[in-house]
Every structure is written in C-alpha cells, then in structure tokens.
Ligand binder design. Structure first.
Ligand SMILES: *[C@@H]1O[C@H](CO)[C@@H](O)[C@H](O)[C@H]1NC(C)=O
Ligand SMILES: *[C@@H]1O[C@H](CO)[C@@H](O)[C@H](O)[C@H]1NC(C)=O
Ligand SMILES: *[C@@H]1O[C@H](CO)[C@@H](O)[C@H](O)[C@H]1NC(C)=O
Ligand SMILES: *[C@@H]1O[C@H](CO)[C@@H](O)[C@H](O)[C@H]1NC(C)=O
Ligand SMILES: *[C@@H]1O[C@H](CO)[C@@H](O)[C@H](O)[C@H]1NC(C)=O
Ligand SMILES: *[C@@H]1O[C@H](CO)[C@@H](O)[C@H](O)[C@H]1NC(C)=O
Ligand SMILES: *[C@@H]1O[C@H](CO)[C@@H](O)[C@H](O)[C@H]1NC(C)=O
Ligand SMILES: *[C@@H]1O[C@H](CO)[C@@H](O)[C@H](O)[C@H]1NC(C)=O
Ligand SMILES: *[C@@H]1O[C@H](CO)[C@@H](O)[C@H](O)[C@H]1NC(C)=O
Ligand SMILES: *[C@@H]1O[C@H](CO)[C@@H](O)[C@H](O)[C@H]1NC(C)=O
Length: 490
C-alpha cells in the first residue's frame, strides 16, 4: 500500500522530547512507550549527532600583553582555535525527571588545534623578535549535561533545552614549531581563555541544535497519509507520561473523517508488563478503534465492494451448478453465467481480546445472472462472517492472516422464490474459503509499512494482544547514521 513517512514516534527517540497540549477531553488511541533501552539508544543517537554537528568547532582567539621589568613588552596571541575531535566514550547516562530528560556525558576528551604567535620588543634591542607556530591541545575529563523539557504545544511536541552546561577538568597545551620550550609559559597563560571558550561555546551550540530539533518536531506532519483515502491523525494529546525508566507519548491515532465511538478507559500501557518483561526499546500500542476508524473511512469512501466473476471451481458461477440447490434459478435462466456482487452492508468491526483478533463482516451478496446482454439481479443474501486473525511483524512491516470462524446467512430479497439458507450453506462456505479469505489474505499478506523514520529499523518485533489493544514490542536499530544528518536536525 502506500508510502508512510516520518513517524513522530520514532523521532521521539531521537529527541528525547515530546509535547502535547493539555487538550482535555482528547483521547489517545495510539501510544508509544519508550523503555530504558530505547532511551539509552536515543541518547546514543543524540550524542552521535551532537558530536557530528559540533566538530569542527571554531573558538575565539585571544591576545595578551605582558610587561617584563627592565626588558619591555611581550605580546602573545592565539588564533584559529579549532576543536576538531570529540571522544565521548561510554560514560554517558540518560535520566528522567518529572517533566524532562537529562543527558549527562562525562569523561569526554577533545582535541583542539591552534596557532600561536609571539613578539617581543624593547628599547634595548633594535629589532623586534617574533616567533610563531602551532599547538595541539588535549582536553580531558570534560562533562556535558543537558536538560530537555518536552511539552505538548498545540498538539505538536515542543522541545526546550532548559539547562545545558559544560565543564573542563584538564587542558594540556603542547606547542610545536618555533622555540617552543621558551614560549610554553606564555602560551599556558591562555589556558583559562580556552577553557572558558570551550565551556561557553559548546552549550551555545547544543542549545542552538536543540532549537533546530524543536522546529523539526513542531513541523512534523499532523497526519500521515496511508493512501489517497485516509490519513492517520498524528496530533499529540496529553502531556508525555514519565515513568521511572520509560516515557509514554499519546497520539490521537484515529483515521481522519472517521466517527468512532470512544471509550473513556484511560489505558496506559506499561512496557515491562505488556512486553512480558522483555527488554524491548519501544512499545507501540494501538486501540482497536484505530483499525475500526480506518475500516470506517474505507467503507464510507465506497471502496468496499467487489464483483466476483472467477472462482477456482467455475461451475459455481453457472446456474447449472445450482440446479439441485435452487432449481428455479436453473429453470428460469438455464446454463447462464453468474457473477456475485458483494458489498459491505456496514463497516467491518474489529474486536481485539487477549486471546485473539476477531472481525465481523456484514456483507450483502447479490447474485447477478448474465442473461444474454442483460445483468439480472435475482437474489440478495446477507452474509455475516466471523473471522479471526493473527498479526505478525518483520522489519518495518506488519502482516496479517485471517481465517473463517463461522458465518450466518439470511435471504434479503429474491426474484426466484424463497429458498432455505441451509441449502446454500455448503456452497457459500466453499466460496468464503476458496475465494474471499484468500483474497483478503493476499492483501494482508503484502504487509503494511509502519511509518518509521528513514534509517531506523524495527527489530525483533513481538505482537501482543490485550483487551481492545494491539501492541508491538520492538527493538530499534539505526541503520545509516548519515541519513539522520540529512534531516535538518543538527
Ligand atoms: C485530530 O486529533 C485532534 C486531537 O484529538 C483533534 O482535535 C482533531 O480534530 C483531529 N483532526 C481530525 C482531522 O480529525
Ligand atoms: C586553521 O587551522 C586549520 C586546521 O588546524 C588549518 O587547516 C588552517 O589552515 C588554519 N587557518 C589559518 C588561517 O591558519
Ligand atoms: C587527540 O590527542 C591525543 C593525545 O595527544 C592523540 O593521541 C589522539 O590521536 C588525538 N586524536 C586525533 C583525532 O587527532
Ligand atoms: C495550532 O495547530 C493548528 C493545526 O495545525 C494550526 O492551524 C494553528 O495555527 C496552531 N495554533 C498556534 C497558536 O500555533
Ligand atoms: C524554555 O525554558 C526556559 C528556562 O526554563 C524558559 O525561560 C523559556 O521560556 C522556555 N521556552 C519555551 C518556549 O517554553
Ligand atoms: C486512489 O488511488 C487509487 C489507486 O492509485 C485509484 O484507483 C483511486 O481512483 C484513487 N481514489 C481517489 C479518490 O483519488
Ligand atoms: C519507581 O521507583 C520507585 C522508587 O524507586 C518505586 O517505589 C516504584 O515502585 C517504581 N515504580 C515503577 C512503576 O517501577
Ligand atoms: C452491485 O450492487 C450495488 C448495490 O448493492 C450496485 O449499486 C452496483 O451497481 C452493483 N454492481 C454490479 C457490477 O452489479
Ligand atoms: C459465530 O459463533 C459465535 C460463538 O458461537 C457467535 O457469537 C457468533 O455470533 C457467530 N457468528 C456468526 C456470524 O454467526
Ligand atoms: C547511507 O546513506 C548514504 C546517503 O543516503 C548512502 O550513500 C550510503 O550508501 C548508505 N549506507 C548504507 C550502508 O546504507
């Protein structure tokens, strides 16, 4: 089926944040819960992106003048100070506050290069003495912390970096070129300047990046189109819910233009409980209303009808095949071909329980006889089918299969007299099993692509059902780091 694009859900991972307007009365039908391993994953992706965007980082140069008694003045300068390498290592954590995420990375090392110059002039010497060279600076024990608040702003997520700090423990300057040993002392006087510059410029750049991230989040589409008929309402409702090690984001999740009954049940899926304790990163929970709203949109768009003119046993579509079941059909239209015009009498209904996913399909089947050039509707049978199915997932796709449970028949109208439904039960069962179910399964079997941000792949997806909800528990892999950089994020 169609293309699905950016899914805010996974973006959340990237940017620990989420916002949802305090739109009271709004109901979430789709929830994403990010677990501790998911948060750790998001943190690592964020840090990777931050490092990528921070390097190279230009720091301001400086100049100092020293007065040396009896000798004169010395002027020293450092310029072209470039932080070109950051090594974050494994020493980073993500913590959840009441309404914010805190990421702290410590033990960071950084490499900085710079140019230095020196000049000395005095009344005693007729010529100015000067020298220049480059220096490499190793920064050790750097710690960076950021607090990000995620809010719901008018149905979108808004991210605000409320605090960001950086502290540098050690800084070692090694000069190359010139009479380095001689100048080392003067250049060391710039240590404080460089330290202060790093501690100021890094947080400024991170905050700048998070505001870009914020714009990206707020610009996320409010609806994700499935095809030209319907679109998923991606409006965020409620504020994100912070657990001890999880964050839950609630999304309207209904298909647009559908009118759906809403229950007042407040369901807050819990990652550890719902996924049976598996250490999955992400839990996506979808109400049965999400599916029912989609079915209703398709039903109302009139796209649920189907004319059957080919079946495996083609004799079923000739009045001769019904000779002994409905003799009058045969006698009125001997040896005429037939088609079955099937349409939905109402929107199909899905019911999800912890045991199974069930569906009730209420269809009208009109038997059309092709008599000469005429199409003659001769009877209409109401077919109510109970089916149940399983959902599986692989990669970013979900697949389904359905099977027939039971069905009931009733005659709506007939131009060929009354005939008892028990007579055609067998034929209808064959049709359902050999035509209708395979038809449905061929569609469901193609799979539906989950709207996941490019570069991310769901891995080891488990499908779990509970009362009125379908849940996907999944790990996430980030396939291609360069793709994220293509997003206007950092
Ligand atoms: C989408 O969901 C929001 C929040 O529940 C709701 O206010 C809005 O009307 C919905 N939009 C559509 C097109 O249904
Ligand atoms: C600044 O430093 C970079 C890398 O160390 C070097 O490639 C560049 O030529 C320097 N620029 C100037 C103006 O010295
Ligand atoms: C950073 O500096 C350290 C120590 O001087 C050195 O071992 C390392 O190779 C440097 N890294 C880069 C990328 O230049
Ligand atoms: C809130 O969102 C709606 C729907 O996207 C938009 O039309 C409206 O301008 C937004 N309001 C504000 C104050 O941003
Ligand atoms: C972001 O947080 C700062 C500090 O708490 C606050 O002053 C500012 O108003 C916040 N900005 C937004 C858009 O919420
Ligand atoms: C939707 O797309 C399908 C296939 O691309 C096309 O057959 C159908 O006419 C389209 N419907 C509308 C309402 O545009
Ligand atoms: C959260 O942590 C507190 C204190 O450590 C604990 O009492 C509580 O049971 C935890 N809640 C959950 C849902 O794990
Ligand atoms: C199928 O039946 C519907 C009414 O239920 C009718 O509108 C439609 O024209 C019929 N289609 C064919 C091909 O007979
Ligand atoms: C199928 O059987 C179940 C349980 O016996 C029943 O509740 C349901 O109404 C039946 N469905 C149909 C279409 O007859
Ligand atoms: C990652 O994405 C870039 C740019 O889209 C592409 O050139 C590269 O081949 C991709 N690498 C992999 C391993 O998919």
């Amino acid at each position: 089926m169609a293309h699905h694009h950016l899914l805010p859900l996974l973006l959340l991972l990237l940017l620990p944040l989420f916002a949802s307007a305090a739109a009271t009365g709004d109901e979430a039908h789709l929830s994403a819960v990010i677990g501790d391993t998911g948060l750790a994953f998001a943190k690592d992706v964020l840090i990777g992106e931050a490092v990528r965007s921070l390097t190279p980082l230009r720091l301001p140069g400086a100049e100092k003048a020293f007065r040396v008694p009896f000798l004169g003045g010395i002027r020293a300068a450092v310029s072209n100070i470039t932080l070109f390498h950051l090594d974050v290592g494994d020493n980073s954590v993500v913590r959840l506050g009441d309404s914010a995420l805190v990421v702290v990375a410590s033990g960071i090392t950084a490499n900085i290069s710079m140019a230095w110059s020196y000049s000395y002039y005095s009344w005693y010497f007729p010529v100015e003495i000067s020298d220049r060279g480059t220096a490499s600076i190793l920064v050790q024990g750097m710690e960076v912390g950021i607090t990000m608040e995620i809010k719901n702003y008018n149905g979108s997520l808004a991210l605000n970096a409320t605090q960001c700090g950086c502290s540098v423990k050690d800084l070692v300057i090694s000069l190359d070129g010139g009479a380095s040993w001689f100048y080392q002392g003067f250049i060391n006087a710039f240590e404080d300047h460089i330290r202060a510059a790093v501690e100021k410029v890094i947080p400024e750049n991170i905050i700048d990046s998070t505001s870009k991230l914020d714009s990206l989040l707020q610009g996320l589409p409010r609806s994700v189109s499935l095809d030209n008929v319907t679109a998923l309402n991606m409006t965020f409702v409620n504020d994100p819910l912070y657990g001890n090690s999880t964050i839950e984001f609630d999304i309207n999740g209904l298909f647009a233009s559908a009118v759906v009954k809403t229950s007042n049940l407040q369901k807050h899926p819990q990652l550890s409980l719902s996924c049976g304790g598996a250490s999955n990163m992400l839990l996506l929970s979808l109400d049965e209303d999400v599916f029912n709203s989609a079915l209703e949109v398709y039903f109302k768009a009139g796209s649920m009808h189907w004319v059957v003119d080919k079946v495996p046993d083609q004799s079923l579509l000739n009045t001769a095949g019904w000779k002994f079941i409905i003799p009058r059909l045969y006698w009125n239209y001997p040896n005429d071909d037939m088609v079955l015009n099937i349409s939905m009498a109402s929107s199909p209904l899905m019911r999800i329980t912890s045991e199974k996913i069930g569906a009730t399909i209420n269809a009208d089947m009109i038997i059309d006889v092709l008599h000469g050039t005429e199409t003659v509707p001769v009877a209409c049978i109401s077919v109510i089918v109970s089916a149940s199915g399983v959902v599986e997932a692989s990669g970013n796709k979900v697949y389904g299969t359905v099977g027939l449970d039971n069905f009931s028949l009733s005659l709506k109208w007939s131009k060929i007299g009354n005939f008892h439904m028990s007579l055609i039960q067998g034929v209808i069962r064959v049709l359902l099993n050999t035509v209708c179910m395979p038809y449905l399964n061929s569609h469901l079997g193609n799979g539906y692509i989950l709207p996941v941000v490019h570069g991310f792949t769901l891995k080891d997806v488990h499908v779990v059902t509970s009362a009125e909800q379908l849940m996907l528990c999944s790990d996430i892999t980030f396939a291609n780091a360069s793709r994220l950089a293509a997003l206007p994020v950092f």
